[in-house]
Design a protein around this ligand. Structure first.
Ligand SMILES: *Cc1c(COP(=O)(O)O)cnc(C)c1O
Length: 361
């Protein structure tokens, strides 16, 4: 068996310990005589798995008791619709901050259900930065303010939670949730697809303040209605059971690693190594993002010349460094280095980048 270093943006690398545990429990989950995949979601075994996952997540993120945690389907993209359907609450419009590709998709979808006020955008800077908070034109009557905490494609990340006063703050945390501590109480709602930083695809997490529930638009599909999902423990219909189980194993792994404070230290260290190397490469490698907003999770970079891209990727593959090709919308390279990417993977990447530069520089 050969494992590679997988720099994919998502579905992405999972902790090897988690995969091994899932393997050992695959045919017979703890004496049940069956795989988690085969269990009824209403049976006591799966209920225990689901409850443990939620309890561990609550502990990791210190989620206050007046927040519901939902394990749903439809991905981050589904939430682009669910958020306005549930949170417009009779208001005319919501504020959106546009920092890149995922922001744009959220905005486009929200427009189907209500008004959208783009309160700030970094489009004129080609989405390489976050617009300063002082320049946001928030509507005091907005239903909520939405932003994407980490733009997975552009590699732009908010480094702190913006203050928007009393308007509920909503964030798409798909690609940086659980990478460091966050004060959940500052948010009305946080959502995150699992396949970037904590699980397999097919699962999306929603953390929502209870007072925001119960005001969905009348024609909201039942499975998208947070209040109904909350009332039914996310089991209004069959949930993505196996993905939920694997996410639970990842939460246990994060606790064993020392929780989110420890993850933040590890991630900051891993991230700094790559950026420092890129910045010291004399322009052979470049990251376009405004330094204070460089992502800890997704690092896009270009080579001195586009004509080197193919060779770079070919050599990387030989060195067992995979999925480094940048998103089709921006080109170049992208190294996604989520929680589960070991530091040895970062070191191997830097070693390869050094060698490549020596050969072609
Ligand atoms: C990947 C991603 C999404 C979309 O997730 P799907 O589960 O594919 O719908 C949304 N937002 C961000 C920030 C992402 O990285």
């Amino acid at each position: 068996m050969t494992r590679v270093y997988n720099f994919s943006a998502g579905p992405a690398v999972l902790p090897e310990d988690v995969l091994k545990q899932a393997q050992s429990e695959m045919l017979d989950w703890r004496g049940s005589g069956m795989s988690v995949m085969e269990m009824s979601h209403r049976g006591k075994e799966f209920i225990a798995i689901a409850e443990k996952a939620e309890a561990d997540l609550r502990e990791l993120l210190a989620i206050p008791s007046n927040y519901k945690v939902l394990f749903l389907q439809g991905g981050g993209t589904g939430q682009f619709a669910s958020v306005p359907l549930n949170l417009l609450r009779g208001k005319r419009s919501a504020d959106y901050i546009n920092t890149g590709e995922w922001s744009k998709k959220a905005i486009k979808e929200a427009k189907k259900f209500g008004g959208v006020n783009v309160a700030a955008t970094s489009e004129s800077a080609n989405f390489t930065t976050v617009p300063p908070r002082s320049e946001w034109k928030l509507d005091p009557d907005a239903a909520y303010v939405h932003y994407v905490s980490n733009e997975t494609i552009g590699g732009v990340q908010f480094q702190s939670t913006p203050d928007v006063g009393n308007i509920p703050l909503v964030t798409d945390m798909s690609s940086d949730i659980l990478s460091r501590p966050v004060d959940v109480s500052k948010y009305g709602l946080i959502y995150a697809g699992a396949q970037k930083n904590f699980g397999p695809s097919g699962l999306v997490l929603v953390i929502v303040r209870e007072d925001l529930l119960g005001h969905a638009l009348p024609n909201t599909p039942t499975v998208l209605d947070y209040a109904q999902q909350a009332e039914n423990g996310s089991m209004l219909n069959t949930p993505p059971t196996y993905a939920w189980y694997i996410a639970g194993l990842v939460f246990e792994w994060l606790k064993r690693k020392g929780g989110l404070k420890a993850m933040a230290e590890i991630n900051e260290h891993k991230t700094k190594k790559i950026y420092d190397f890129i910045d010291a490469s004399g322009g052979f490698y470049k990251n376009p993002v405004d330094r204070p907003y460089r992502s800890w999770m997704n690092i896009p970079f270009t080579l001195k010349s586009e004509t080197l891209d193919e060779d770079f990727l070919k050599g990387a593959k030989t060195a067992k460094l995979l999925q480094l090709k940048g998103h089709r919308s921006v080109g170049g390279m992208r190294a996604s280095i989520y929680n589960a990417m070991p530091e040895a993977g970062i070191d191997a990447l830097i070693t390869y980048m050094k060698e490549f530069m020596k050969a072609k520089g």
